[in-house]
Design a protein around this ligand. Structure first.
Ligand code: GTQ
Ligand code: FE2
Length: 325
């Protein structure tokens, strides 16, 4: 074995760049002039791809899963929207993941907590479908956005007659990236509710957002949108955007990673030269710095989940208009 002293003198006495490289390697140094690939580049070039997932497909898959696995076995009966990027098995985008979830009548999705921030957009919950956040029972209504910020206990239940469906959005990929992951199970299944309320900072009913949108003025990029919270959670910005029937938005690009779900209506979004058709419940993702513009066939509302707060707090955020998407 080469001693530490020998390794140091091999460095000091290196007769050539070749030899120096050979002496640096076992010490886990990499000379900047020998980089395998550049570490800096002119502008964002994410490997994540624009993609769309259909609610009709998710529902069919969840209904099949409802026959095949129960909520106890599954922990959560959910279908993650995996970015079609080679080697990826989880992330929707670099910082965010989203999943369709279903709970059958009579089921409980046991209570747990985790450092990643989570939120839900309710798609279909007929009656008596609820989530319990830190002991507060919140009945789920279609169009609701429900927050479970990092380390809040949360579990779900369905005491109604029909399945409940919603979409989860979490900043898990961001937590994977910076690594402060914590996760605990609640002892004893679903935490009992000590109170029930829909009037608290975790609940954003759709009707209230539609009311706010009626008097919203366009932002500097021509978007008619309202923000839920300011921001809703430290890492995650949430917006409801209104598109009038037959209108197209101005093409733009931004450094933020964005997941959109159609809350109502139908239309299409052009993302970096590709067109994605969407209708109610469909979800699509726009990776960082991809030009995009929405076009509404019917009057529509889009829900947007973005890592804007992270980018903005760290001074990285940029946005600009484009001639076309
Ligand atoms: O419902 O708590 O889709 O923790 C992924 C992770 C849902 C949840 C997901 C979760 C949950
Ligand atoms: Fe969770």
């Amino acid at each position: 074995m080469t001693s530490a002293l020998d390794m140091t003198s091999a460095l000091a006495d290196a007769p050539s760049l070749e030899a120096l490289r050979g002496a640096l390697d076992p010490l886990d140094f990499m000379a900047g002039w020998n980089k395998h690939e550049p570490s800096l580049w002119k502008e964002p070039r994410t490997r994540y791809k624009p993609a769309l997932w259909r609610w009709a497909d998710a529902k069919a898959g969840l209904d099949a899963a409802g026959r095949l696995i129960n909520a106890e076995q599954a922990e959560r009966r959910n279908l993650f929207m995996v970015n079609p990027l080679e080697g990826n098995h989880y992330d929707t985008l670099r910082t965010l993941v989203s999943a369709y979830q279903m709970i059958l009548p009579g089921e409980e999705a046991r209570t747990h907590r985790h450092s990643p921030n989570a939120l839900r957009l309710v798609l279909e919950c007929a009656e008596d479908c609820f989530t319990i956040v830190d002991g507060v029972r919140i009945d789920m209504r279609p169009g609701d956005v429900l927050l479970t910020p990092g380390m809040c206990w949360h579990g779900h239940g369905n005491q109604g007659k029909r399945p409940g469906y919603w979409i989860d959005y979490l900043d898990v990929p961001l937590v994977h990236l910076i690594e402060p992951m914590f996760f605990d199970h609640w002892d004893g299944g679903l935490q009992a509710a000590s109170s029930a309320s829909r009037d608290n900072p975790w609940v954003y009913p759709l009707a209230a957002q539609l009311e706010r949108l009626k008097s919203a003025a366009p932002d500097p990029f021509g978007r008619l949108r309202v923000e839920l919270g300011a921001p809703a959670m430290p890492t995650t910005g949430l917006y409801m955007e209104k598109l009038a029937a037959g209108t197209a938005g101005r093409p733009l690009r931004a450094t933020e990673n964005q997941i959109f779900t159609a809350v109502s209506g139908a239309g299409s979004t052009r993302i970096a030269g590709q067109t994605f058709e969407w209708r109610r419940g469909d979800t699509f993702c726009i990776p960082s710095w991809h030009g995009f513009s929405h076009e509404a066939r019917e009057a529509s509302v889009l829900f947007c989940v973005s890592d804007y707060p992270v980018q903005s707090k760290l001074g990285f955020f940029r946005i600009e208009n484009l001639p076309s998407a």
